[in-house]
Design a protein around this ligand. Structure first.
Ligand code: FES
Ligand code: FES
Length: 168
């Protein structure tokens, strides 16, 4: 029996999104970004291109930043997703989000959710990144407004807060 899902097929997935276990039946070809935005109505995850290049759609998949336009929703079956909405802590911005605000690391804000997710992911595995490491971590995220300097500064600031006892 063929194990490959046909494009028109609908499949049931079980996953956790922002700490909440979910069961949904979705088209086999539905992209994770559209599942997040259109099915779950979590619109903080953005769509900025159709070429897998902008990173505005970044989410955490089992703790690592991925471009959710490159993943089918069914590939998230059994896995843990965190979107930008899931980073807030008891209604307050996450320290990485707060650092973006503190350092004015946004203009139009379209890239910001993806940038924050990539910065968060970096700080989970490297608490004291160099500027080059920060720039490498956000190399899959495009920003048309800021010139990147304040974004790098914000991620560095969040890392400093983390090392000084804050949580990131
Ligand atoms: S929407 Fe541009 S990389 Fe996913
Ligand atoms: S702030 Fe506008 S694209 Fe980055």
């Amino acid at each position: 029996m063929a194990s490959t899902a046909r494009a028109e097929e609908r499949l049931t997935v079980h996953l956790t999104v922002n700490g909440q276990p979910l069961e949904e039946t979705v088209d086999a070809r539905l992209l994770l970004v559209h599942f997040i935005r259109d099915v779950l109505e979590l619109t903080g995850t953005h769509v900025g291109c159709d070429t897998t290049s902008c990173g505005a759609c970044a989410v955490l998949l089992d703790g690592r930043a991925v471009k959710s336009c490159t993943v089918f929703a069914v590939q998230a079956d059994g896995r843990d997703i965190v979107t930008i909405e899931g980073l807030e802590q008891n209604g307050a911005p996450h320290p990485v989000q707060a650092a973006f605000f503190e350092k004015h690391a946004m203009d139009c804000g379209y890239c910001t959710p993806g940038m924050v997710i990539s910065g968060y992911s970096l700080l989970q595995r490297n608490g004291d990144p160099t500027e080059d490491e920060i720039r490498e971590a956000i190399s899959g995220n495009l920003c048309r407004c800021t010139g990147y300097a304040n974004i790098v500064d914000a991620i560095r600031t969040a890392a400093e807060h983390q090392r000084n006892g804050g949580t990131v």
